[in-house]
Write a new protein. Structure first.
Length: 180
């Protein structure tokens, strides 16, 4: 039994999951054990929508999946004849170039590290001095009055015309003020 290798397979863009599911169905129907694993590199990103923080799964390589398989005529046809799959990438269509296992592990590791970095990169607490970096109060400085970590919003006392005024900002609208 030959050692299984990773290959990059092009799919219709936006149909990576459907291609994976269709390939899994074909593998079961044909009882083919030459294909070991199908991998869609996905990363988790954090985005703000309507003041709420959401974690979203995004494909790292749109239109591509990785397939670990023993490449032979039968397994080649199993992949190539699957709906939503365009074909193999690299080399020739009949003899694609395998991707080294180390590169696939490196992709997985980069995604994992990115997921760890996707957490909130802001940390504010009451009494912190902040500088506004965007919006109507750009370049104003103020003091944090309240922190709403769930919605990533702050209430900040900003001095306007010599009077402290409470203004709300998103985390990304302010930065820690440098002490003079």
């Amino acid at each position: 039994m030959a050692e299984k290798k990773w290959y990059i397979v092009q799919t219709y863009s936006g149909y990576e999951k459907k291609a994976k599911e269709a390939l899994e169905v074909r593998i079961r129907q044909l009882e083919n054990d030459d294909i070991e694993e199908i991998y869609i590199p996905m990363e988790t990103t954090v985005e703000m929508r309507n003041g709420k923080r959401r974690e979203v799964q995004r494909k790292v390589y749109n239109g591509y999946i990785f397939v670990k398989m023993d490449l032979n005529d039968i397994s080649w046809h199993v992949v190539k004849d699957t709906p939503k799959i365009v074909g193999f990438i690299g080399g020739t269509q009949k003899e694609p170039t395998p991707v080294p296992e180390s590169e696939v592990k490196q992709i997985e590791q980069r995604i994992e590290e990115g997921a760890l970095a996707a957490g909130p990169s802001f940390s504010f607490s009451q009494g912190d001095k902040v500088r506004v970096v965007e919006g109507n109060f750009k370049d104003f400085t103020g003091t944090v009055e309240e922190v709403d970590a769930e919605k990533e919003r702050l209430k900040v006392y900003v001095e306007i015309f010599g009077r402290p005024t409470s203004v709300e900002f998103n985390y990304n609208q302010v930065t820690a003020a440098e002490e003079a």
